[in-house]
Ligand binder design. Structure first.
Ligand code: 3H9
Length: 720
């Protein structure tokens, strides 16, 4: 049961937070802390108080599960906040926080309310509340600026980025860093020194020495506001955070605390908060696979990986591996390609050094883990192969047959194909249990998602090992079933197709891109097409169209771009034109191609006015077919649960996290409304092959009819 314990020794009450694994502030922990604090403050044998965490971790903040249960605001009692502030910071006995490993969110705020802080080496301090759609609510908006200065505090809160012990010491966020074995003693001594008047008792809320003067503070906040509106124009809660900080600067810390409570409640009432909390848990639950992670198996470590193909994908995958200390054997077909592949890995590492993400010596050590190969010698020594050769089924089949001959009998054989059916890839082998898809997203050393594609034959052990690899290389895994395009590419194929259809119906591609970016995507479908390359788009699209002809729109404009060698960013022209710094600008030369595409598609006559469609109409026309395909993927059991698809969409396609992922967002919009809109378009195009593109699937229809949530899960439609 979560709670606190108190132990009084030599005049110091040590209160420890107990709620494994991260001592989150569950209501019973808060209540326990409050009761113990009151008792300690009242006891005559207690001179000072130390607050610490059990099991080597201080606290990761308020218990996020409570936000899910509460309708808004997490059910936090404002009075607890107020009383905590007074009791910890200004009660009769001084308090010191003894912090191990992490003090995040409410945990950091708790530490900030103490009169001093001691921590262990490597401890992180941070206020990452904004990543959950709320603002710090335990006084952090007031105490952090008064501890580290406004500029740094604003940066830490707006970016949700924690700082480590050494930086915290430099900034005065922590008073001493001591080895773990000495932590409690050091904290107790510090607390007794404060009680004896040998050390000043700092009450952060009333400090002014670190805070910039109003004349300096206001421009900092103004700039932060401008940047926030520019970078996160859909989000309100960062502005609420700035409001609370500013109010405290203008009216004093105590008034600021009141404003913080108001702003916290306003943020907690927004859908953004619910969406981001959903993503927080969804992201953690993708690692739990029924029948695999609960089967009592132990993952086998993957220490040596062979990557087949040193192109953009292969070199990115190799980079991700060496960054995690995994040895890589990079195979190419000739020396020229091999040198180019090795060069790409080197340049990925160099770029990290330039950005300050790793030291030169660490980059050198990582590069030394890579070995080049022109044949399969050495493959007998690897734990796993990731094939990243060209997207050609026959070539992949030959490679896999060769891999079965050259690799150990227990080596995992994976393919990075983005669309090809995994069973087809392994068709010429006799070891389907060792074969799976390891679909990385480009650039593979940066993008956070790993789509793990299992077939009916893939063994549990192989899935478990690959899950373990994903953790090691810092990717979020989503385990999906086998089909053309798997979950991410399959669900997103209507995205570009619907956008191309709109162009053929007479709409301006640049307006469409603007609207989709306005929805929250990192870029619109045409800018994305240019980034991926029209040639790749055509190739991937063909696989999808061949597999789902009844609901596909073979976009003529993509063919035309290929015919005119307008392949996108890499060729300097696509839907946009690009300058030497790869900055995109609308291109008048695109017009004849658009006109040709419209003529061939026959959906629009140049002489007539374009159809009247609002921004909302356009966004729905593009995203509702995507939701429809998402519903099929859930119903067919390609994903285990809808939340997995949400994570895959956010991390693989850049679907806005603040909308909670595709299906979470669709549930907010409502299955009934989506179904009606899709049916309307299907009706509009009835008699033409386009009707199938919009026809609502059985799962969506059933959810709409019964009023059930789309996130209800696989098989829900048939059970209704
Ligand atoms: C807040 O504090 C509001 C306040 O300002 C005031 C309000 C008035 N609650 O990530 P991991 C679970 S808001 C509940 O896999 P790691 C997590 O779900 C909070 N549970 O491990 C997982 O459970 P499971 C502000 C939490 O080592 C397990 O712990 N704080 C919480 O990679 C392990 O987590 C934050 O935003 C929590 N607060 O990373 C910090 N935190 O095993 C959020 C974790 O069942 N947390 N869990 O799947 C994190 O950033 C990372 O979890 C952390 C550990 C860095 C702590």
């Amino acid at each position: 049961m979560p709670g606190t314990q108190m132990d009084v020794q030599n005049g110091v009450a040590v209160i420890s937070l107990h709620n494994p694994p991260v001592n989150a502030l569950h209501p019973s922990v808060l209540q326990g802390l409050f009761n113990h604090l009151r008792e300690a403050q009242a006891r005559p044998d207690v001179k000072a108080v130390v607050i610490t965490g059990a099991n080597g971790r201080f606290c990761a903040g308020f218990d996020i599960n409570q936000f899910v249960q509460a309708s808004g605001g997490g059910g936090i009692d404002d009075r607890i906040n107020e009383s905590f502030c007074d009791l910890i910071e200004s009660g009769p006995k001084p308090t010191v926080a003894a912090v191990q490993t992490m003090a995040l969110g409410g945990g950091c705020e708790l530490a900030l309310a103490c009169n001093a802080r001691v921590c262990t080496p490597g401890t992180s301090f941070g206020l990452p509340e904004l990543q959950l759609g709320i603002i710090p609510g335990f006084g952090g908006t007031q105490r952090l600026p008064r501890t580290v200065g406004l500029q740094k505090a604003v940066e830490m809160m707006l970016t949700s980025t924690p700082i480590k012990d050494r930086a915290a010491l430099k900034l005065g966020l922590v008073d001493a860093v001591v080895p773990a074995a000495q932590l409690l003693e050091a904290a107790k001594q510090m607390a007794l020194d404060i009680a004896a008047g040998k050390r000043a008792r700092v009450q952060t809320l009333y400090r002014t020495d670190k805070l910039e003067a109003l004349g300096e503070a206001l421009p900092i906040l103004h700039f932060a506001r401008e940047q926030t509106v520019k970078r996160a124009r859909h989000l309100t809660h960062p502005l609420l955070c700035l409001d609370a900080i500013q109010y405290g600067i203008e009216h004093g810390g105590r008034a600021g605390l009141q404003k913080e409570v108001e702003c916290f409640a306003a943020a907690a009432a927004l859908d953004t908060h619910k969406a981001l909390v959903h993503i927080f848990f969804a992201q953690r639950s993708t690692k739990k696979i029924k029948g695999v992670t609960d089967a009592g198996l132990r993952p086998r470590p993957i220490k040596r990986v062979a990557v087949l193909g040193g192109g953009l994908m292969g070199s990115g995958i190799a980079t991700a591996c060496v960054l995690a200390g995994i040895e890589v054997l990079l195979k190419e077909v000739n020396q020229k390609f091999l040198d180019a592949g090795l060069g790409r890995i080197q340049s990925n590492l160099t770029s990290r050094v330039k950005k300050g993400r790793m030291t030169e010596s660490a980059a050198k050590a990582a590069m030394s883990l890579v070995q080049g190969a022109l044949d399969y010698t050495g493959f007998g020594n690897v734990d796993m192969v990731v094939e990243a050769a060209i997207e050609d089924v026959k070539i992949k089949q030959e490679i896999f047959a060769e891999l079965e001959r050259c690799c150990r009998k227990d080596a995992i054989l994976s393919t990075n194909t983005s669309t090809i059916n995994i069973e087809l890839v392994g068709a010429k082998t006799t070891c389907p249990d060792r074969i799976l898809g390891a679909h990385f997203f480009s650039p593979a050393h940066i993008m956070p998602l790993l789509e793990i594609v299992r077939t009916n034959a893939t063994s549990k052990q192989v899935i478990l090992d690959t899950l373990e690899l994903s953790t090691k290389i810092k990717k979020t895994p989503v385990v999906v079933g086998n089909c053309t395009g798997f979950a991410v590419n399959r669900v997103f194929f209507p995205y570009t197709q619907a956008a191309c259809m709109l162009v053929d119906m007479g709409l301006d591609p640049y307006r469409i891109d603007k609207i989709v970016a306005g929805f929250g995507m990192p870029m619109g479908p045409f800018r994305l097409s240019d980034l991926v390359g029209a040639d790749v788009g055509l190739h991937v699209g063909k696989n999808i169209i061949d597999s789902f002809p009844e609901r596909s729109y073979p976009a003529r404009i993509i063919q035309l771009l290929n015919e005119h060698k307008r392949l996108g960013e890499k060729s300097g022209r696509g839907f946009y034109k690009y300058d030497a710094r790869r900055r995109a600008a609308p291109d008048a030369d695109l017009v004849p191609l658009v006109q040709q595409s419209r003529k061939d598609a026959g959906l629009y006559k140049e002489s007539s006015p374009p159809p009247k469609m609002s921004d909302q109409d356009i966004a729905e026309f593009i995203f509702f077919p995507v939701v429809n395909e998402g519903c099929r993927v859930i119903d067919e059991g390609i994903v285990e649960k809808a939340a997995d698809l949400d994570v895959a969409m956010v991390m693989g396609m850049g679907f806005p996290a603040f909308r909670g992922g595709l299906i979470f967002w669709a549930d907010l919009v409502g299955a009934d409304y989506i179904c009606k809109r899709l049916s309307g378009w299907a009706q509009q195009f009835s008699g033409s092959p386009l009707a199938g593109f919009f026809k609502p699937c059985a799962y969506l229809e059933a959810s709409a009819r019964q009023g059930t949530k789309l996130s209800a899960g696989k098989g829900a439609a048939s059970k209704l």
